[in-house]
Design a protein around this ligand. Structure first.
Ligand SMILES: NC(=O)c1ccc[n+]([C@@H]2O[C@H](COP(=O)([O-])OP(=O)(O)OC[C@H]3O[C@@H](n4cnc5c(N)ncnc54)[C@H](OP(=O)(O)O)[C@@H]3O)[C@@H](O)[C@H]2O)c1
Length: 242
């Protein structure tokens, strides 16, 4: 019997993560594990694992399946949150840590566990960390989100450098998905102009139908997951045509 391809996807309940899990689960040679707090997806080769990624203890307790049963293994650290959109002089300081935990700490812990559990396996192994233009561009009222994405992008770069020295290397990508039509964009459009001066720009993108569809973004991510060796660059932004 042919071995399956395993995909672990965080943030599987909504937006990009849901589109990715739906698409991957259509292929019976894949097995997909989705991690989030909620779930609506049902498929024979999809398994949901309920987890609050802001809880590091829960992340460290995550039990990976038996990994040597698969022909390839991929981790997609996609879960993310913007949190309160506000400048630091006014923001609720008590809510800031959660953003770092969800966007960076959980991804860093899962990537490290993934590396430790798969380093010895001579199969295709891939990590995609979902980045953002905010990893390199400073946006007022998104300070903590920008910082969390910058940290995640640097982690990705360090993993790539480390893995080049390994006998059975893991590829690690940091991929910015563009501006995508998800709940995160709704959250941005629901912010107040007083607290977020760039709100009109995001409203305009929405009004002009210029947001990427999560389905198209998922297709692009799957192209990378299926053929990682065809991508020499590890850090890039998705371009969706048409
Ligand atoms: N949309 C964009 O324009 C855009 C642009 C650049 C980058 N991104 C990045 O793309 C990724 C996906 O975002 P999206 O746009 O698809 O947003 P979304 O529709 O809001 O989905 C966010 C996902 O993260 C999960 N999540 C949030 N907090 C969590 C927690 N504490 N524990 C477990 N899971 C949690 C949510 O699941 P539950 O609520 O069920 O837990 C949900 O599945 C994020 O990393 C985001 O930063 C998005």
């Amino acid at each position: 019997m042919n071995k399956k391809k395993l995909y672990l996807v965080t943030g599987s309940s909504s937006g990009i993560g849901l589109a990715l899990c739906r698409n991957l689960a259509k292929n019976s040679s894949n097995f997909v594990i989705g991690l989030a707090r909620t779930n609506s997806l049902k498929a024979d080769n999809f398994q949901f694992h309920a987890i609050d990624l802001s809880d590091s203890k829960a992340v460290l307790a995550f039990r990976f399946p038996i990994l040597d049963e698969y022909q390839s293994i991929s981790l997609i650290n996609n879960a993310g949150m913007l949190g309160e959109i506000n400048t630091l002089d006014k923001i609720d300081v008590n809510a800031l840590e959660t953003i770092i935990q969800v966007n960076y700490t959980s991804a860093m812990l899962l990537a490290t566990l993934f590396i430790q559990k798969t380093q010895h396996l001579n199969i295709q192994k891939t990590i995609i960390n979902i980045s953002s233009g905010a990893a390199t561009g400073a946006y007022a009222s998104w300070a903590n989100y920008c910082a969390s994405k910058a940290a995640l992008e640097m982690l990705s770069k360090c993993i790539e450098v480390e893995q080049k020295q390994m006998e059975f290397p893991i590829r690690c990508f940091s991929i910015a998905p563009g501006v995508v039509d998800t709940k995160m964009q709704e959250h941005i459009r629901n912010s107040s102009l007083e607290n977020f001066a760039m709100k009109p720009k995001f409203e305009e993108l929405h009004e002009k139908n210029q947001l990427y569809s999560p389905v198209k973004v998922a297709e692009k991510l799957i192209q990378v997951l299926e053929n990682p060796s065809q991508y020499s660059e590890s850090i890039f932004r998705i371009q969706v045509d048409g």
